[in-house]
Design a protein around this ligand. Sequence first.
Ligand code: SF4
Ligand code: FES
Length: 362
Amino acid sequence: MAEEKKLFKVTIDNITIEVEPGTSILNAARMIGGDVAPPAMCYYTKLKASGGKCRTCLVEVSAGSTADPRPMTKLVASCRTNVMDGMVVKNITSERVIDARNGVVEFLLINHPLDCPICDQAGECHLQDLSYDHGKVGTRYEFQRRTFEKHDLGPYIQLHMTRCILCFRCVYVADQVTNKRVHGILDRGDHSEIATYIEKSLDNDFIGNVIDVCPVGALTDRTFRFKNRVWFLKPVDAHRDCPKCSSKVTLWYRGDEVYRVTARKDQWGEVHEWICNECRFEKKKTSDWVIEGPTKVSRHSVISSNHYVKMTMPQETLSEVMGGRPPKITMDIHNVSEVNKPNIHLSELPGPAHSEDFDNQQ
Ligand code: SF4
Ligand code: FES
């Protein structure tokens, strides 16, 4: 008879579960689920050696184990610390953790621009969620922020380094999922940056997955940039007969039009299976796919908003309070998008904007 495996008992935020030896505190907390699971900006289950960079997953260990119940003096990264039998962990029940997480978010936002209104990642950005939970209204930073030029890394991917939080996920994807890595993190400390150094393009067959793993809007899909907001799209699960990958994807529809294709993600925002560039960038017709049905979206996500029936539009009052004058445009989307034709004014289109209104090649 097979020997029964000994499980470790761990208590996280007063909830006790049993897990296999070798499980990290983060994964044990994810088994409990909900708010007990710490946020993770750099750890990614499918990527070996990920984690330990961002410190958003810090937790307090108030008892190390049954054999040695002393508390750990410092907060530990839950993605890189394994559970011990009898360990007691505090996440949201610890003031020290909440205070430290607030500090980590403040550091992450030192250089990160607050450009959510024009960022394609808005609505599915982990840093945006984290800022809502732990961010401050103002900043204490008085120095100039780091800014970088945007770079097109080949035909499909754009790097906006100013938004990067140096989580290393895209580097691990290139290392572990593709057969050749041509980008990495160059330089040290405040000078660190993601780069291909001599402007090589990322054109490997599976390199599009860097877009899905990027927790912020630093790596974006050039075939989708500025085409639509994610909360206006309807996600649908689909697959096709692909010789290169599992092709289990999510199609993002507006009306009958597929605006983008992504890998399917789990409740922690991590992809189930990597998909190839052809499925992601080149198959944007419904006829290319076998539709499985609507994607299950958490009702807390902004993506599940806007699907109301019998919607009544609020009364437009701006021009009324401005004595009949229309409001002035404070930002011209043509200056930032690099996609919209300069002669197209979104506010003047008769209905919602569709991709035929834009230049498809950008
Ligand atoms: S580009 Fe995105 S995935 Fe790559 S290190 Fe920066 S934040 Fe992480
Ligand atoms: S998720 Fe643990 S340090 Fe980043």
